[in-house]
Design a protein. Structure first.
Length: 156
């Protein structure tokens, strides 16, 4: 009987967590080695897109520590389509307000922010889309960024 109750609870929690995030198509976060982001080392995400009809939102996730030296983060993001076409964008993510108070949610000395990168977009062709993200803070090694992620979800 105990095994049956445990199995029931596992299935129930799985369904609850799944149903809370049904719009998510892709989400992955990559930890920065030693929390020092080399300007020459991009973070790369490759996603197989099979739905060209649905409208999507694309977000960038960032976790920073309280010892991050800046109030914002500039990113250079290159998106490659399956056809070989690419586009390069610059995205600024504010991480602290004018008084220096960290933005986003946090636990202890770690703060999480999610910023919209592309709003209400369609992927025009089927296949692998690659997102290459580089830090653009004019320093060779950027300290205090713990991880960077990409989230693609159905637009509401």
């Amino acid at each position: 009987m105990y095994k049956g109750v445990c199995l029931y609870l596992v299935i129930l929690f799985t369904l609850i967590f799944y149903s809370c995030d049904q719009d998510r198509i892709f989400e992955k976060n990559v930890e920065i080695p030693e929390f020092k982001w080399d300007k020459n080392e991009p973070i790369v995400f490759s996603i197989d897109i099979s739905d060209t009809n649905t409208i999507h939102n694309v977000h960038i996730n960032v976790r920073n520590s309280g010892n991050y030296s800046y109030s914002n983060l500039f990113l250079f993001i290159t998106t490659f389509s399956p056809t070989g076409h690419w586009i390069k964008d610059t995205l600024e993510i504010p991480l602290a307000d004018k008084r220096g108070k960290w933005l986003g949610s946090g636990i202890g000395d770690i703060y999480f922010n999610r910023k919209i990168f592309k709003n209400s977009v369609r992927f025009p062709v089927y296949g692998i889309y690659t997102f290459e993200i580089r830090q653009g803070m004019r320093t060779d090694y950027l300290s205090g960024i713990r991880d960077v992620g990409l989230r693609i979800e159905k637009a509401k």
